[in-house]
Design a binder for this molecule. Structure first.
Ligand code: SF4
Length: 310
């Protein structure tokens, strides 16, 4: 599932209930931000992705960006990631618009027609933005993902309408497109940005992040960061989150979608807090943490700078 429907969300909630309980002590919950390991000791606010970018194991990317003022360079791996995120967000947004703007005659056919027209207009704009990628590949990825969004949400609208004739407009939007894309969270009480955005929120409080690179633990640590921020802002527990891997393989004409449920354990929370404190010290005291002994990943946006330095 890339574009979640109410059926997906209900199934996921059942699966989560069947999983072993996630035991988390109160001091590692985000709402304990006033006095616990969650407490932020410095004033500098950072994004979750600043702390868990997954590019530089030592955090030198952060040092270069915030202390030296070096700009990262775009590359094809980053562009594929942005493309998938952009189509996902637009797919959710246009599906909701389709329901609102076709009301009260909304049905699957009208939603499909609206979204196909929106997709045609969007495709040209999107393709131009990803100049480091083969343009035919960008068009293929766009059409493939957009097709998924159109089919998923037009069918979900029909399903919702057949279940109840009495749904009001806003209820129908929720029943057919229950996801909020780019959900905002204020992380400032725990030393994170006031304008964090997790890729999506599924009701009642399951966060979802999309990843187009190979699986890494650091992506799960990032989810713990968002979970702590959610708990700090809303005061309700986040025990699980969803990592949805989207692997684009144009040579095989294939896009694989692999969701992974991540328990937001104490270990993940502690690892995020440690990384947050370490990274914020780098920025606060301006200390260059040096290059990683294990070498630099090819997709790091600072290779042009560090590799030139020798
Ligand atoms: S190029 Fe290497 S040292 Fe420089 S920021 Fe990237 S991973 Fe770190």
């Amino acid at each position: 599932m890339l574009f979640p429907t109410l059926e997906h969300v209900t199934r996921l909630a059942r699966e989560l209930r069947a999983l072993p309980r996630v035991e988390v002590s109160d001091e590692l919950r985000g709402w304990s931000w006033e006095e616990s390991p969650v407490t932020a000791t410095q004033s500098r606010l950072l994004g979750v992705s600043d702390i868990t970018s997954g590019f530089c194991p030592t955090g030198r990317d952060l040092y270069l960006r915030y202390v030296e003022g070096v700009r990262g360079r775009d590359n094809p791996t980053l562009q594929i990631g942005r493309l998938v995120h952009e189509v996902f967000e637009a797919g959710v947004e246009e599906a909701k618009k389709a329901v609102y703007l076709t009301w009260p005659d909304t049905d699957g056919d009208r939603v499909e027609e609206f979204m196909r027209a929106a997709g045609e207009a969007l495709e040209k704009r999107v393709i131009r933005k990803y100049g480091l990628l083969n343009q035919e590949v960008v068009a293929w990825v766009f059409r493939r993902l957009w097709g998924m969004a159109v089919r998923t949400y037009s069918a979900a609208v029909d399903e919702a309408r057949t279940k109840s004739r009495y749904l009001r407009l806003d209820s129908l939007v929720h029943a057919a497109v229950p996801v909020i894309a780019e959900f905002p969270i204020d992380g400032s009480t725990i030393g994170l940005s006031r304008a964090l955005r997790v890729d999506a929120l599924l009701p009642p409080n399951i966060m979802m992040e999309l990843k187009t690179r190979e699986p890494r633990r650091v992506f799960e640590v990032a989810l713990a960061g968002y979970a702590l921020a959610m708990e700090a802002q809303y005061g309700s527990p986040v025990n699980y989150a969803l990592l949805t891997y989207v692997w684009v393989r144009p040579e095989a004409k294939e896009i694989m979608v692999r969701p992974k449920v991540v328990p937001i354990s104490e270990d993940l929370r502690q690892d995020f807090i440690d990384a947050r404190d370490e990274r914020r010290e780098i920025v606060e005291y301006g200390v260059d943490p040096g290059k990683p002994r294990e070498g630099c990943p090819p997709e790091c946006p600072y290779r042009h700078y560090c590799v030139r330095e020798g």
